[in-house]
Design a protein around this ligand. Structure first.
Ligand SMILES: Cc1cc2nc3c(=O)[nH]c(=O)nc-3n(C[C@H](O)[C@H](O)[C@H](O)COP(=O)(O)OP(=O)(O)OC[C@H]3O[C@@H](n4cnc5c(N)ncnc54)[C@H](O)[C@@H]3O)c2cc1C
Length: 402
C-alpha cells in the first residue's frame, strides 16, 4: 500500500517467514481487470511501470485478450465469451513480490489476538507472545481472517461452506499441446461438460521463455458442485484417477491436457467458502477494520476477489489520509469505509456464489451472472438483472444447489 506516498507510517505483519513466503507450494493466477484502475492510488509510479513483471506472460500486451471464452466440454463448441475490461492474468506470487518491493515487512508474525487499550489505540498480540501497538489495525489476513474473528467474534466471523469441490494446481505440457491451448486464447480457456456440469479450466501461469512452449506452466482447475469425492477416493491417486476419467469424456484440448498429466501429479481438493454472516462490524471508533478476502471471502468463479481487494486498499488510503489531515474524524472516516466495503463485498459474495452454483449445471449455465453481466464490477442493479428478475433476493448455497 502506498502509505509512504500518503506520508503515513505503517507496519505489515505476515505470518509466513521470509523464506516460506517464497517457497509455499500453492500458486495460482488471477485475472486482473476492472481492479487495475485502483492501482495508481496504491502503488508508486515506479512499481506501476513494472506491473508486467507480475503477468503470467510478461511478453503479452495487456489488450491482447478481450474476454474469457467458454466452451461446451463435450463438443468443443464455443458457447460465449465472458467480456472483461482489459483482462490480464497475474501470478499471485509475482504480484505479491512486486507489491512488497521496497516495503519492510515483518515476516513470521502471526496475529493471535487484538485488544484496545485505554488511549483508544490497538495492540496486536502475536503467537510468539510479542505485541505491537498502533492507531488502526487492518485485517488483510485472507478468508480465514483471525482479525475478523477478533472484531466480530468467532461465531459471527464464521465462513459458510459451499458444496464445491475444486482441484486447483499447475502443470506443464508438451510443446504442441501447450501451443494448441494458447492458440484458442492466449490467457485462458474454460469449458463446462453438459452431462456432468463439471468445469475444466486451463490458463497460462508462467512463461519463462515465450519461444519454448514446453517451459510454460499452466493453471489447471477442475470444479463441480455437490457429489463430493468419497473419502476413499479423496487422495492424490484418487483425484488424479477421477480427473483422468473425466478428461477422457472431454473435447480437445482439455482431453489431452488431463490425460497427459504425469502419475506423480499431486492434486489438492479445496472447498468453497464465503462470509454469509457478513454484517456491520463494530470498528471500535475506527480502530479496527478489514480489507480483501478478510472482508469478503468469495468463491472464485467470477474472478473478483483481487479486483475488490485493490479497491478496498485504494479506498482505505483515501479515508485514512483525510482523517490524518484532520479533514474528518477517524471514526467517521472508517465508518464510511466499512459501510462501502460491506455493501460492495456482500453484493459480490452473493453474485459470485450464484455464478459458482449456476455454471456447474448445464440447465442454469445460461442464467449465470457471467452470461448476464460478464466480469464487470457488480453494481446494486445487477442483482435484479443477473437474477433475471427485479429485486434483491439473496442467493444462498442451499437455495441454488440442485
Ligand atoms: C483458484 C482461485 C482463483 C482465483 N482467481 C481470481 C481471479 O481471477 N481474479 C480475482 O480478482 N481474484 C481471484 N481469486 C481470489 C484472490 O486470490 C483473492 O481474492 C486474493 O488473493 C485475496 O488477497 P488477500 O490479500 O485479501 O488475501 P490472501 O491472498 O489470502 O493473503 C492473506 C495473507 O495474510 C497472511 N495471514 C493469514 N493469517 C494471518 C495471521 N493470523 N497473522 C498474520 N498474517 C496472516 C497469509 O499468510 C497471507 O499472506 C482467486 C482465488 C482462487 C482460490
Amino acid at each position: 500500500m502506498n502509505g509512504d506516498g500518503a506520508g503515513l507510517p505503517f507496519t505489515i505483519f505476515e505470518q509466513e517467514t521470509e523464506s516460506t513466503y517464497q517457497t509455499r507450494p500453492r500458486e495460482w493466477g488471477m485475472t486482473l481487470h476492472w481492479g487495475s484502475s485502483h492501482l495508481t492510488s496504491c502503488l508508486p509510479p515506479s512499481l506501476i511501470e513494472r506491473l508486467s513483471e507480475a503477468y503470467a506472460d510478461p511478453s503479452l500486451s495487456p489488450d491482447a485478450v478481450t474476454g474469457l471464452p467458454i466452451y461446451n466440454g463435450k463438443t468443443g463448441e464455443l458457447l460465449m465469451e465472458m467480456k472483461a475490461d482489459k483482462p490480464c492474468r497475474v501470478s499471485r506470487k509475482k504480484l505479491r513480490n512486486l507489491f512488497a518491493d521496497g516495503l519492510d515487512i515483518s515476516y513470521g508474525m502471526e496475529v493471535d489476538s487484538i485488544r484496545q487499550v485505554n488511549d483508544g489505540k490497538v495492540v496486536c498480540v502475536f503467537t510468539d507472545g510479542t505485541e505491537a501497538k498502533g492507531d488502526i489495525v487492518v485485517g488483510c489476513d485472507g478468508a480465514k481472517s483471525r482479525v475478523r474473528e477478533q472484531i466480530c467474534g468467532k461465531e459471527k466471523a464464521m465462513l459458510t461452506e459451499v458444496p464445491l469441490s475444486m482441484f486447483n494446481f499447475t502443470a506443464k505440457f508438451e510443446a504442441d499441446l501447450a501451443k494448441y491451448i494458447r492458440g484458442r486464447n492466449a490467457l485462458f480457456v474454460t469449458s463446462i461438460h453438459p452431462d456432468t456440469g463439471i468445469m475444466f479450466w486451463l490458463s497460462i501461469q508462467d512463461v519463462p521463455d515465450p519461444s519454448r512452449p514446453e517451459t510454460w506452466t499452466f493453471q489447471v482447475l477442475l470444479s463441480w458442485v455437490n457429489n463430493p469425492l468419497p473419502p476413499s477416493e479423496d487422495t492424490y491417486a484418487g483425484r488424479l484417477a477421477f480427473l483422468k476419467a473425466r478428461a477422457s469424456e472431454w473435447a480437445e484440448p482439455w482431453r489431452s491436457a488431463g490425460l497427459s498429466l504425469p502419475p506423480d501429479t499431486k492434486i489438492p481438493n479445496d472447498k468453497g467458502t464465503y462470509w454469509e454472516k457478513a454484517a456491520k462490524w463494530d470498528n471500535r471508533s475506527g480502530r479496527m477494520t478489514l480489507c480483501g478476502d478478510a472482508a469478503h471471502p468469495m468463491t472464485p468463479h467470477r474472478g473478483q476477489g483481487l479486483n475488490n481487494a485493490l479497491q478496498d486498499a485504494s479506498n482505505f488510503v483515501a479515508v485514512v489520509t483525510e482523517a490524518a489531515k484532520g479533514d474528518v474524524g477517524l471514526a467517521e472516516a472508517m465508518d464510511g469505509y466499512d459501510k462501502e466495503v460491506l455493501e460492495r463485498g456482500s453484493l459480490e459474495m452473493k453474485i459470485s456464489l450464484r455464478q459458482t452454483m449456476f455454471i456447474h449445471n448445464w440447465e442454469t449455465l445460461m442464467q449465470s451472472p457471467m452470461v448476464k453481466m460478464g466480469m464487470h464490477q457488480a453494481k446494486k442493479d445487477d442483482v435484479g438483472k443477473e437474477n433475471g428478475s427485479e429485486g434483491t433476493r439473496a442467493t444462498r448455497a442451499e437455495e441454488v444447489a440442485t
